[in-house]
Write a protein that binds this ligand. Structure first.
Ligand code: HMG
Ligand code: MG
Length: 287
């Protein structure tokens, strides 16, 4: 069978969590509908995090409940703890994602706890998810660099990967939060993670601050990864990672795989029109 790739759309969460001007809930719902129309089958829809920490995601319940669900599409939610998981599942999330980091300083700044405490917070999340029969992805932030600690050792990423797998996560998203990574350092990090997890359980989540995200995707692909995250229009960044620019644009990711002759199942023209549309909505909100 020909090689194929799964692209996870994180724009409605990772992209819009950083939109200070605020995007209307109706626009978020329209965006999610358009992404499904374009053929995205996994859409990280919102984040059930504290609205005091991330006000842009305060409408999480309205978004998750309001989504016009399409068959074959999984609508997931990012959650930091049991409270978020309960609310996300009650609102109809079909998958959850927890997030920790390979850097203590970033974990503390992002979630107000240590890495070990974050893992403890996830135990009740896993129990709720298991009862509901939904899968849980685990993000490892700062897999290459941390805004506070600098370069991160591949072994630190591998250790957190192993802990998330032991918890019961079905997929680990190795995340270059700052987008400063190089293909060489990406390969070293992925190789370390592969000592603890099969390639089928790893995904690549690359921000594109330095314009090397596609090269980093290619390095991870060579090592067997087949799941990559994109954010339509390159929206995004992390509010607790100063200097992190947008995520890798989903349409660029699709173009990259199309050029290699690898099936994505995504209609690039439709996606590009969506990118243009949401960029226009941002401009309307800002000004
Ligand atoms: P805390 O202040 O230590 O928590 O925050 P707390 O338990 O003391 O609660 C404080 C208040 O938050 C309470 O409300 C709780 O009820 C409420 P109050 O009684 O004061 O009114 N609260 C919640 N509200 C809604 N939903 C919840 C929730 N939990 C508590 N789930 C906490 C700890 C984790 C909650 C906070 O730090 C937080 O929400 N952090 C989220 C930060 C965030 O969303 N960052 C961006 C996403 S991560 C990312 O972008 C990286 C990623 O893309 C990968 C990569 O690129 O690296 C995934
Ligand atoms: Mg991110």
């Amino acid at each position: 069978m020909a090689d194929s790739v799964t692209i996870v759309e994180v724009g409605p969460r990772d992209g819009l969590q950083n939109e200070k001007a605020g995007i209307a809930t109706a626009d978020k719902l329209a965006l999610i509908g358009r992404l499904a129309d374009a053929g995205l089958s996994r859409i990280e829809t919102t984040a059930f995090v504290s609205p005091r920490w991330v006000p842009e995601m305060a409408d999480h319940e309205a978004v998750m409940r309001g989504v016009d669900r399409r068959p074959g599409v999984t609508y997931s939610a990012l959650v930091p703890n049991e409270k978020g998981a309960e609310a996300a599942l009650a609102a109809g999330a079909q998958a959850l994602a927890v997030f920790t980091a390979a850097s203590e300083s970033f974990c503390r700044t992002n979630t107000n706890c240590s890495i070990a405490e974050s893992i403890e917070r996830f135990r009740p999340v896993m129990a709720l998810a298991s009862r509901a029969g939904v899968p849980v992805r685990g993000y490892v932030s700062c897999a290459l660099d941390c805004p506070y600690e600098g370069e991160i050792a591949p072994e630190a990423v591998a250790a957190v990967t192993a802990e998330l797998l032991a918890l019961g996560c079905n997929e680990i998203a190795l995340s270059d939060t700052l987008g400063r990574g190089t293909p060489e350092r990406t390969a070293a990090m992925v190789e370390a993670a592969l000592q603890r997890a099969p390639a089928t359980m790893l995904a690549g989540h690359f921000h594109d601050t330095s314009g090397r995200a596609i090269a980093n995707v290619a390095a991870a692909w060579e090592l067997g990864l087949r799941v990559f995250d994109g954010s339509v229009g390159g929206l995004g960044g992390c509010p607790y990672a100063p200097g992190a620019a947008g995520n890798l644009a989903t349409e660029r990711l699709v173009a990259h795989f199309e050029a290699k002759g690898i099936a994505t199942g995504i209609d690039r023209a439709c996606l590009e029109a969506t990118a243009e549309w949401i960029t226009g909505r941002r401009a309307a909100s800002t000004g």
